[in-house]
Design a protein around this ligand. Sequence first.
Ligand code: UDP
Length: 412
Amino acid sequence: MSSPSGRIIDEYEPIIGRSEMQEILELAERVHGARIIHVNSTMYGGGVAEMLRSLVPLANSLGLKVKWEVIEGDDSFFKTTKSIHNALQGNMNIEISEEMWSHYLEVNEGNVRKLDLEGDVILIHDPQPLPLILHRRGGVWVWRCHVDMSSPHPDVWARIREYVLKYDALVFSLERYAPGDVLGKPVYTRFPAIDPLSDKNRSLSVDEILRVLERYDVDPDRPLIGQVARFDPWKRPLDALKAYRLAREKIPGLQMAMVGSFAHDDPEGEEWYRKVKEEVGDDGDIHLLTNLKDVEVNAVQRSLSVALQMSIREGFGLSVTEALWKEVPVIARRAGGIPLQVIDGFTGFLIESPEEAAERAVYLIKRPWMARELGARGHDHVKRSFIITKLLKDYLRMHIDLVGLAPEIRIR
Ligand code: UDP
């Protein structure tokens, strides 16, 4: 679907309204032609790729020149970067050898030749491509960190900080994620967001949903709860299964969807998939669904009575945003950006244990009218604050700010 103007943004007008759209058009006009380059480490899997897939074409259709580059690495590189990620997220039992650090730098250096890094603003996402800053030629360099870094492993952070301090500005998902010892750097807070028109989130016909449920043997006549997450220890998939089993004691016939994916840059996926599979055993009411297409994830989310997110750490938790957008109440731990989205008793419930999650799930399944109320408020909440056009607007404002740091670019 494309509007007569050819601008993708026009398609969002029915959702965001005319004045919001006008504001975005005016902001975009001020940085018309600005060359923006996003660099991350995967085209598929996880929240960053999910956002870039929508954000990049949207911004391009407004006259910016935005590119999305992906760094390449071997298995040992991604093993190291996942360890760095885990350490920054607070795992204190991580050791990264000198050899691993050197390989991390070498792989980044090797990527410099393959990537286009000639832009006005270069946005580097997460730790994997962080050392590219050592090879900067021009432009304003921004590190966009999606990780909760409020209590990082001190030694790993000390190494990473050397590179972070070379950036011109930093972006975190929440203010409190910014470590205290980067003071003096411009720090921006940008909430992640979902695209309401993508296959992952667009509205679906009843037939489309039923076809997906049939394909995966889910009974549409019995209630379903589920967790959508990469296979990752921090997402606590086994807690989600435990909560489900406890809830089923009170709701016979309850089904569970464990929807999980493997990201190319995440070597822990296979191991955690095996653990989950073993725990599921031959329980036919638990549907372990891997690497679904976006529209299939959408259909499963839309058929949930309640969504679970048992994670103990989250950057922001886009799976939660997606469920709320679909008017599904969410029961989740108080991790990362979750409490911004799950407002206890208003859009879902914040819990601390699988037992509590089970209790709340049963409560909502027995009171569909209440689940409907919470879900409707969740949808409104997401529409106000966590929609891709809002993120685009926030980024445009930041570009206007930052492009001001690069004297060669004219701001209109
Ligand atoms: N996702 C998916 N298929 C899956 C599991 C997850 O498409 O089987 C998507 C999910 O819909 C969401 C993203 O991966 O868009 C996960 O983002 P989130 O911020 O929740 O977590 P991250 O993986 O970035 O830690």
